[in-house]
Ligand binder design. Structure first.
Ligand code: GDP
Length: 308
């Protein structure tokens, strides 16, 4: 069973872990958002790829939700002494990830190959595919000006009101990504920010078409539960961009692309409207993943509902 999951940092990554925990024969490919990528201290940081690497290798600092558990910050203190910008906090072990990636790229590897090399070294069985090997950065137009994504997300702590989101560059998806979509038995849009995590992947030319043409059912798991994001600015961002902040609002964004919408039990009342407006099926499931068991149970329930 080939599962191809599109994911950003938090929600999609937890669901990726759920599929990876299933005992059966699930061959998992995760297509990772690269819109959040940024250069820090001369190194390429890919926050969503790192969240996947750390989660699937069992290294994630789950309390913080990013970085490596037990990491130290000696390098951070030295960057501070050197007068370097330190608003983007990088742990010592985390720094090794960014340095290794940057070295592999400087030796001529693609981001896809560099990621595969690092995932293999960390003992990860799933395939992690950057959505593209080219530059594809999310740019946020806000009431306080045009901001690079990490400038908005980390430095300004998502305080500015988002007016428009666009993607810098003319990137194309990799062949590996298009292939993972067209050969999948199940395609899942993970419960990640629809605007700045799933949005950048769907914006790559050919990705939507590949999904429409794929034989596999396409399932979208709502990252909005009870009208709110469990973490991060997805709810505010949807509202300020003119979308309803609800599972219905997410479904409207993905209408025509998705065969089944997975919504949380809290949102059972939205099921009929989603079905009526999009023509897709709706599965009502417990989608809030607090434990490893929750993650695996949701992955299993999605498989059962979509494939039987
Ligand atoms: P980021 O890169 O860390 O902002 O992460 P994502 O884009 O992956 O995730 C942000 C979204 O994930 C928010 O809308 C959250 O509500 C959603 N999310 C996080 N954890 C869960 C979960 O356990 N279940 C569901 N349904 N959504 C979640």
């Amino acid at each position: 069973m080939k599962v191809t999951l599109l994911a950003g940092g938090t929600g999609g990554t937890k669901l990726a872990h759920g599929f990876a925990l299933l005992p059966d024969d699930v061959e998992l490919t995760v297509v990772a958002n690269v819109g959040d990528d940024a250069e820090m201290h001369g190194l390429l940081v890919c926050p969503d790829i790192d969240a996947l690497l750390y989660t699937l290798a069992g290294l994630l600092d789950t309390e913080q939700g990013w970085g490596i558990r037990g990491d130290t910050h000696t390098a951070h203190a030295q960057f501070e002494r050197l007068g370097e910008p330190t608003w983007f906090r990088v742990g010592d072990a985390d720094l090794a990830t960014h340095a290794t990636r940057t070295r592999l790229l400087s030796e001529g590897l693609s981001l896809t190959d560099a990621t595969a090399r690092m995932a293999a070294a960390l003992g990860i069985g799933a395939r992690i595919l950057p959505a593209t090997d080219e530059r594809h950065r999310t740019v946020v137009e806000t009431d306080e000006g045009v901001l690079e994504f990490q400038e908005y997300f980390v430095h300004r702590r998502q305080a500015p009101e988002v007016r428009r989101v666009r993607f810098d560059g003319t990137a194309r998806p990799t062949d590996a990504v298009l292939d993972a979509i067209s050969t999948a038995d199940l395609i899942v849009l993970g419960p990640s920010n629809p605007v700045v995590s799933i949005g950048p992947i769907l914006a790559l030319p050919g990705v939507r078409d590949a999904m429409r043409e794929a034989a596999a059912p396409v399932v979208s798991v709502s990252p909005i539960v009870g009208g709110r994001a469990l973490r991060g600015p997805a709810d505010r961002m949807m509202t300020s961009l003119g979308h309803e902040s609800s599972a219905l609002g997410v479904a409207r964004l993905h209408a025509g692309l998705v065969d089944r919408f997975v919504i949380d039990e809290t949102d059972v009342g939205l099921g009929h409207a989603i079905q009526r407006e999009t023509g897709a099926s709706v599965d009502v499931l417990p989608t809030v993943m607090r434990s490893d068991d929750d993650r695996a149970a949701l992955a299993r329930a999605i498989l059962d509902a979509a494939i039987g």
